[in-house]
Unconditional design. Structure first.
Length: 103
């Protein structure tokens, strides 16, 4: 296994991968960092964990839409998907707000 040093949203990470897969892993890191930066810079979502969840949902939706044309995201436009993710964000806000008061 090979280790690479990288950064996502300014946070350093040491990640492991197989020999020869360093470029692919670095591309994945760059893609994720870009997605998370866009969400963070929009200013509506606070907290790295929440930003990561929303980015992961968006990436998963992209993947599912390419793999399953008749799946749950079939027929959805990017705008529809964004609206759905925004609604999910509101649900997350409502669910996580009481936890913020605990700390």
């Amino acid at each position: 296994m090979k280790q690479i040093q990288t950064s996502i949203l300014g946070q350093p990470y040491t990640l492991a991968c197989r020999e020869g897969e360093e470029a692919t892993l670095q591309q994945a890191v760059s893609y994720l960092d870009e997605k998370m930066s866009v969400i963070r810079d929009a200013g509506k979502i606070k907290g790295t964990d929440r930003i990561a969840v929303i980015a992961a949902l968006g990436i998963a939706a992209d993947l599912l839409s390419t793999k399953q044309p008749e799946g749950p995201f079939a027929g959805m436009t990017i705008a529809d998907l964004r609206d759905t993710l925004a609604a999910m964000d509101l649900v997350l806000d409502d669910a996580l707000t009481p936890q913020e008061n605990l700390f």
